[in-house]
Design a protein around this ligand. Structure first.
Ligand code: AMP
Ligand code: MG
Length: 351
């Protein structure tokens, strides 16, 4: 199959392209599209066979449910059996935006997309191309991130093409994604809301709206079964094994230099995924192509928006071992650290 990439820069002028995407989706095909978090791989969310194509294209385990993307509040009611008060509050405060609500599902939602669960993940993206495409399709769009399962999520159309070339007919290119990490998943089916996956809507923002919010213990590495089935899988990992250095920013550069000297002494070709400050301080001992700069220390929005592209870039180097720099776990840092912990298989050195 030939994969076509179509740039969408003007939604009004490009209605024909969007109508074509809608037609492919209604016909059971797949279309990759931009959202404000990462690129999604979309299919008609009410068509089990169409969704089976997503699992095949990604190599995704069948027990890992898909999130349904809706264009507006009315579409939520077509798939959710009930919208509890806490979910109404989250819809009002954060939708459209980078948040996914887990709600009880209606029977119209196929078993195949929920992995047999009686709940469904619902998200209302804010990205204008995503919204226009869902409207053009006229149905909720099931969409996981548009990467091969286990790999970093794509935040540019070029990265989607790298994983999906030949597997899908169409990629809508809306430029780089704004946030760069996936939506915050909040389980709204219990009396107290629980974060199942941290994202751009932070724990602190949720607590402000809801009063209380819990964190699924699996997010911080507890050996419990995560409530979001997908969180149990190895994810975001670059090809070379990665160790994360965690500790105060001021101690990072000396700790990196120590670790790198040791690795060089052992005959390794270390690569580094770290801040501007740390990568700049390593130029005398490592070649520039093995220094992946994810942004200034403490600039969490920049780090989040760069993290996946830099993880992908690690695979373009000849590094045989990687060292990553941890951030704070406050605010957006919780989402960044969740991805870094998963990318490194929870292998960390505390400095
Ligand atoms: P992705 O589509 O790659 O962003 O991953 C979606 C994440 O949402 C995975 O971790 C899924 O396991 C999780 N998820 C989707 N639907 C549900 C659900 N009904 N209950 C719990 N987690 C869900
Ligand atoms: Mg994903």
């Amino acid at each position: 199959m030939k994969t076509e990439v179509v740039k969408i820069t003007d939604i009004r002028a490009q209605q024909a392209e969007l109508a074509r995407a809608g037609k492919i989706l209604r016909g059971g095909g797949l279309v990759a599209f931009p959202t404000e978090t990462v690129y999604g791989l979309g299919a008609n969310g009410l068509d089990a066979d169409a969704c089976a194509n997503i699992y095949a294209a990604k190599g995704r385990p069948s027990d890992n449910p898909l999130i349904l993307h809706v264009a507006d509040r009315a579409m939520v009611d077509t798939i959710a059996a009930e919208v509890p008060a806490m979910a109404e509050k989250l819809l009002a405060a954060f939708c459209p935006g980078p948040i996914t609500l887990i709600l009880r599902r209606k029977d119209i939602v196929p078993d195949r997309i929920t992995g047999g669960l009686q709940t469904v993940g619902i998200r209302m993206p804010e990205h204008p191309v995503a919204r226009a495409m869902i409207r053009a399709a006229g149905v909720p769009i099931a969409a996981p991130s548009a990467n091969i399962s286990g790999r970093p999520s794509p935040t540019t159309a070029a990265s989607v093409l790298r994983d999906m070339d030949g597997r899908i007919p169409l990629i809508l290119d809306g430029g780089p994604c704004h946030f760069g990490v996936e939506s915050t998943i909040v389980d709204c089916t219990e009396p107290v809301a629980t974060i199942l996956r941290p994202g751009a809507i932070t724990r602190e923002m949720l607590a402000e709206v809801l009063g209380g919010v819990k964190l699924d213990p699996a997010i911080v590495g507890a050996k419990t079964v995560p409530k979001a089935p997908g969180m149990k899988y190895k994810h975001y990992a670059p090809d070379a094994p990665m160790t994360l250095l965690e500790g105060p920013a001021a101690k990072m550069l000396p700790a990196f230099r120590r670790q790198i000297r040791r690795l060089l002494g052992e005959g390794h070709r270390p690569g580094v995924l770290a801040s501007t400050e740390v990568t700049a301080g390593l130029r005398d001992i490592l070649p520039a192509e093995r220094l992946m700069d994810y942004g200034p220390q403490g600039d969490l929005p920049t780090i989040a928006s760069n993290i996946y592209e830099k993880l992908i870039a690690c695979n373009d180097t000849d590094a045989d071992i990687l060292l990553g720099e941890g951030t704070t776990e406050q605010g957006l840092g919780l989402a960044i650290m969740n991805r870094l912990h998963k990318a490194s298989g929870f292998h960390s050195i505390v400095i």
